[in-house]
Ligand binder design. Structure first.
Ligand code: NAI
Length: 471
């Protein structure tokens, strides 16, 4: 067996692991990264990026269908069609390009990338099984665990890749399913379910809770519910999936309704999107002497585990399971190993759901602020009053809502809904992280005409004197 000693060993080449390795390499640390699949991880290969490509293509197709139906903006189009194989091929090219980019960036940072599956013998030693090559034993001074998470299965309805599919399968379909049932109206279910509704599937959501997107409050999810209703998407709330059944020779999903009755709905595919779980199996975690926190690896604010110089980041250590959190933690750990004083202590981590319309949340909602004991002022600005939103046909629904502390006007939370609104999440995160006051946002000259003006107007509204809506 070949052997390799290094200063830093990163396991997992996703949005947590690869930035950790790049930063460690930039800091001059002898770094090795091991990835068992392709560089980029779930996010880049079968998550955030490919889903956003499919969502974008679906939205373009929906626009074309709208033009064909009613000549919106005077544009006429005849019988638009979608070639799923070509669309998926286009999406895959984006993934290939980005995965290749990660490989190049690691190389430029002086990081050695090892392709293979790592299994730990003890906290600092792993053996990597490599295809067509000798096994490699790596011993490291520091180990960064960035193993990520995987889809949760329903025990009574395991993924078969044909009828019962995961989000990974949903991004590789060769044709648009006629009847798509989505179990779980959370992040993944809604993003992909809405995309397939735009592509032409008859979509039904079966959700155990009495509302969609529990992470966001009812005011924010209302425009999404309105879109679903308008587009004939069937949303079955307070319903629990039970399993597949045959009716008249056709596959149906059976579920229990809020009243305890059994109902069913036609399903050519069932997308199960009921959450994700950390990858803690099959790589020798049990040999490493780290502590657990429920299903997650236990780590402190510097991402230290119970074992000295073993660090854990991203989905492996808990919620929120978001790529940008993993990236921030990865960069931080590399810097701590290099001797910098760092801690993971964000005021807030922005969350975005790429639904129709898009939903963004940073910091506390008005209810959360109240629960935390704050007296608040709230400002809202509807996108229907934004010239830019109307000019890009995005003014139908949506708003920006800012929640600030009444005593000093420090912004506690910013929540927004609307087409393209995800692109504003950076400014929202910056404002909350830097402790901006309403006057800071209102006093920052926002470019006209852009949708960012809606943020300044919401701050003005909270101060009681908006310009483009009545005070
Ligand atoms: P989720 O936790 O967002 O939603 C799962 C939903 O399934 C819940 O509403 C739950 O009540 C429901 N459910 C569970 N069991 C059920 C059953 N038997 N019958 C009916 N409903 C049931 O999980 P999801 O959508 O799978 O996403 C996983 C994670 O992936 C998210 O928490 C997020 O961290 C990450 N993600 C982030 C995205 C983004 O940042 N835009 C996009 C996609 C995923």
């Amino acid at each position: 067996m070949k052997t390799r000693k290094c200063k830093v060993l990163v396991v997992g080449g996703g949005p947590g692991g690869y930035p950790a390795a790049i930063r460690a390499g930039q800091l001059g640390l002898d770094t090795v990264i091991v990835e068992g699949d392709r560089l980029g991880g779930t996010c880049l290969i079968r998550g955030c990026i490919p889903s956003k490509a499919v969502i974008h293509a679906a939205t373009e197709f929906k626009h074309a269908k709208d033009y064909a139906a009613n000549q919106t903006m005077g544009i006429s189009v005849k019988d638009p069609e979608i070639d799923m194989e070509k669309m998926i091929g286009w999406k895959s090219k984006i993934v290939d390009r980005l995965s290749g980019g990660v490989q190049m960036l690691l190389k430029k940072a002086g990081v050695e990338a090892v392709a293979g599956w790592a299994t730990f013998e003890d906290a600092k030693t792993c053996v990597v099984e490599r295809e067509g090559e000798e096994k490699l034993k790596i011993t490291a001074e520091h180990v960064i665990l960035a193993n990520g998470s995987t889809e949760t299965e329903l025990p009574f309805m395991p993924f078969d890749g044909d009828i019962v599919i995961s989000s990974t399968h949903a991004l590789e379909l060769k044709e648009v399913p006629k009847h798509l049932v989505v179990i779980g109206a959370g992040y993944i279910g809604l993003e992909l379910g809405i995309a397939y509704a735009k592509l032409g599937s008859k979509v039904t959501f079966v959700e155990a809770l009495d509302r969609i997107m529990p992470l966001f409050d009812a005011e924010m999810t209302k425009p999404v519910m309105q879109w679903l209703k308008k587009h004939d998407v069937d949303v079955r709330l307070s319903c629990k999936a039970k399993g597949l059944t045959e009716k008249d020779g056709k596959t149906h999903l059976e579920f229990e309704t809020a009243e305890g009755e059994t109902d069913s709905v036609r399903a050519s595919k069932v997308l199960v999107a009921v959450g994700r779980k950390p990858c803690t199996q099959n790589w020798g975690l049990e040999n490493m002497g780290v502590d657990m926190d429920g299903a997650f690896v236990k780590a402190d604010q510097q991402c230290r585990t119970a074992m000295r110089d073993v660090w854990a980041i991203g989905d492996l250590i808990g919620e929120p399971m978001l790529a940008h959190k993993a990236t921030a933690q990865g960069e931080m750990v590399a810097e701590i190993i290099a001797g910098h004083r760092r801690v993971h202590d964000p005021v807030s981590i922005a969350a975005v759901c790429f639904t129709e319309p898009e939903v963004v949340g940073v910091g506390l909602t008005p209810d959360e602020a109240k629960e935390a004991g704050h007296e608040t002022v709230i400002g809202r600005f509807p996108l229907s009053a934004s010239g830019r939103a109307l000019a890009v046909n995005a003014g139908d629904s949506g708003f920006v809502r800012v929640t600030a502390r009444k005593s000093d006007h420090v912004i506690l939370g910013i929540h927004a809904v609307g087409a393209h609104i995800a692109e504003m999440s950076g400014e929202f995160a910056l404002a909350v992280e830097m402790g901006a006051r309403l006057e800071d946002i209102a006093g920052t000259i926002h470019v006209h005409p852009t949708m960012t003006e809606a943020f300044a107007e919401s701050a003005l509204a909270a101060l009681g004197h908006p310009i483009h809506i009545p005070a």
